[in-house]
Design a protein around this ligand. Structure first.
Ligand code: DQA
Length: 148
């Protein structure tokens, strides 16, 4: 089983960026943690971060042939991007939306998530642990769908 992990804009600044919302660990720490967890689960992950909407769309499209599921934190594009929603709908891969903070308890504009309607689950407000939870949700979903 192979999972594509996508992180959107400004998440390359984790560790520096607004630690009151996102903590002090880096994107490198997050990706290392996910690779370790994946190895323990007997699956593989590809981690990718971009500040560009079109690059995220390209990665989702490429996943059509290479991945069994997508774990995505679209960051600010959560609240604006119909293009990322449409890409997830196009590839029809099981997708989990994850957020480090809980956007629903912050500013009004963060309460809208375009991608949510195309996701099998949303995990929010649990820090980096939310990514691990999301990985397990995908694993269980894909395993069940394979009838194993
Ligand atoms: C975020 C929440 C978004 O509102 C914000 O734009 C981000 C990060 C989170 O992980 O909590 O960049 O997705």
């Amino acid at each position: 089983m192979h999972i594509l992990v996508l992180n959107g804009p400004n998440l390359n600044m984790l560790g520096t960026r607004e630690p009151e919302h996102y903590g002090t660990q880096t994107l490198g720490d997050l990706e290392y943690m996910l690779r370790q967890e994946a190895a323990q689960m007997g699956i593989t992950v590809t981690c990718y971060q971009s500040n560009h909407e079109g690059s995220l769309v390209d990665q989702i499209q490429a996943a059509y042939h290479t991945a069994d599921g997508i774990l995505i934190n679209p960051a600010a594009y959560t609240h604006t991007s119909v293009a990322i929603l449409d890409a997830v709908k196009a590839v029809k891969l099981p997708t989990v939306e994850v957020h480090i903070s809980d956007p629903d308890t912050r500013e009004e504009f963060r309460k809208i998530s375009y991608i949510r309607q195309a996701c099998i689950a949303t995990v929010k407000g649990k820090g980096f642990a939310g990514y691990i939870e999301g990985l397990h949700i995908l694993y269980d979903h894909i395993t069940a769908a394979q009838g194993q």
